[in-house]
Design a protein. Structure first.
Length: 296
């Protein structure tokens, strides 16, 4: 895999299947599933290259991933994705919550969408484009001081993406859905019954969304986003987990105590990934947990 290249075949190359990323060549339902350990290593190599020396242009990455959705490049959602990518690139970010993190989460999500296709649970082009936009903007303008207040960072990111989406001409339903997806990345929502946007919504989340519940397809999409947000920390390799953890410590300005690490795995990650495609990486997560937390 040429890790220096970001093109429309990026997801196909991660899966080891050149030429497979074109919209009409997506995997048929129940296609062969990849070896998750190998896929995780390939993703860790790619992300390590990005963070060390070859960070892709965010708008080019968005364009490559958009190509895979099959939506029109001049559609409102496509313009929203590219606008979110430009905003993230201009912001730059912090040691962990950075443009690189957004690039990884967007790529993670597209890997999970491909796995959903192979499981016979296709996400759909329109929904995939909304998911991609949310990935590209989910931590936009993140500040640790703001993140300590529940929903504050997510609300700010949702507002930023909504302004981009409005300028791109997205309709109200799509804007509301993307807002909900970003609100769903609030860490305390992840382990709720039914996932981040499971029914009934947590009261504060419901107030931010202006509705008491969301449709099941959007709740399922929120689980994929939640898994994508954590995947490149705890779903690829133990070595890459340590790289990411070091970046989090640099961002915090201190080393994390073992108890904090354990709480991260128990209270944020939880026992497993939430979505069915995410659970394809369950073995990787279990191995990382055993290695990092010294658990049998």
């Amino acid at each position: 895999m040429d890790i220096a290249v970001v093109d429309a075949d990026l997801i196909g190359r991660l899966f080891g299947a050149p030429g497979f990323a074109a919209p009409k060549a997506r995997a048929a339902p129940f296609a062969a599933m990849p070896d998750a350990a190998l896929l995780g290593r390939r993703m860790a190599i790619l992300y390590g290259s990005w963070q060390r020396c070859c960070m892709p242009d965010m708008e080019s990455l968005a364009g490559a991933l958009l190509h895979r959705t099959g939506i029109a490049p001049d559609s409102p959602l496509a313009r929203t994705c590219r606008g979110a990518a430009r905003a993230v690139a201009a912001w730059g970010g912090l040691p962990y919550h950075s443009a690189a993190h957004h690039a990884e989460v967007a790529t993670n999500a597209m890997v999970l969408v491909e796995l959903a296709d192979r499981l016979g649970q296709p996400v759909g082009r329109h929904a995939t484009a909304m998911l991609l936009a949310a990935c590209l903007a989910h931590d936009l303008h993140y500040l640790p001081s703001v993140a300590r207040m529940r929903f504050a960072a997510e609300h700010a990111s949702a507002e930023a993406l909504d302004a981009i989406a409005a300028d791109a001409g997205c309709n109200g339903d799509d804007r509301q859905a993307m807002r909900a997806l970003i609100i769903a990345t609030e860490p305390g929502l992840r382990l709720r019954k039914g996932g981040p946007l499971g029914t009934p919504l947590e009261p504060k989340a419901a107030r931010l969304l202006g509705k008491p519940a969301v449709d099941p397809p959007l709740a399922n999409l929120a689980m994929i986003l939640s898994d994508a947000d954590l995947l490149s920390s705890v779903g690829l390799t133990a070595g890459w987990y340590r790289v990411q953890h070091t970046r989090l410590e640099r961002e915090a300005g201190r080393q994390h105590e073992p108890e904090e690490r354990d709480r991260f795995f128990s209270d944020i990650v939880g026992p497993d990934f939430l979505s069915e495609p995410g659970r394809m990486f369950s073995g990787n997560l279990a191995a990382i947990r055993r290695t990092v937390c010294d658990r049998a």
